[in-house]
Design a binder for this molecule. Sequence first.
Ligand code: YXS
Length: 257
Amino acid sequence: MYVSSERQGNIGILTLKHQEKRNALSRALVAELIEKMDELAGARVRALILTAGVGARVWSAGHDIDELPLGEDPLHYSDSLEQLVRAVQHFPAPVIAMVSGSVWGGASELVLSCDLIIGDETSSFALTPVNLGVPYNISGTLNFMRRLPLHVAKEMLFTARPIKAREAEEWMILNHLVPQAELLQFTLALAEGIATKAPLAVAAIKEQLRMLGDSAPLQPGIFERIQELRHKVYKSRDYAEGIRAFKEKRPPQFSGE
Ligand code: YXS
């Protein structure tokens, strides 16, 4: 089991439980997570908390690097990470990320796609495509642009530097920065407050915000140019080197080829 599921009244709580692999978002973990999200949606929970547990050192290490394909688009539409981000965005109630510990790569996109983000003093967030030479995809890039000031998104994407809790609060990545001892109580109280409101209205407003936020008319020429840029990156020797270096537990040597 990679994910535990519980209900407290009208609140669902999903906890990532694969610390051996630092909750890497593997196909197996994502499939189990989406299945348990569907069960909780069926139970008509009015808020969903997504956590790795209070005090986790690593919330999630991001996409499972062992599952990143070489020489082809690593973040295509049906990729497990993309499926999970869409499942969160379409969940029929607010999804609250409750974060202790470090969040990496695609897991940062997952957290940013949640409706609310509550972190404690150990939380940090890193956008890491440049560590591996990954060409992030269009919807993910739009997610970053919509949730971060552009210069903040650029610093996070160009440096891959983990943004620690205090800075994450200043940069409005966190809705609330809460002491770890109060994290669960604070997050449950927030969820319970939402659960007392009219659930149909809450669900409709969440879906409106998603649809209006997603309405980004993309001219065919722009789409094709982006895909051409991305193709050059995921066909590059640097992308292969980034994956190989991670597996060999050594710093990558990028050549720009
Ligand atoms: O050596 P064993 O077999 O025990 O396995 C190690 C790690 O290889 C494994 N592991 C992962 N496996 C696949 N994908 C991952 N993302 C991943 N992360 C970790 O888990 C075992 C324990 O890891 P270890 O020894 O490194 O733990 P640690 O506590 O010393 O360090 C924790 C981390 C998270 C700081 C470290 O594991 C790490 O830096 N992980 C990679 C973080 C990262 O770069 N994530 C981005 C993944 S790619 C992605 O999300 C997008 C495609 S993108 O790159 O575009 O953002």
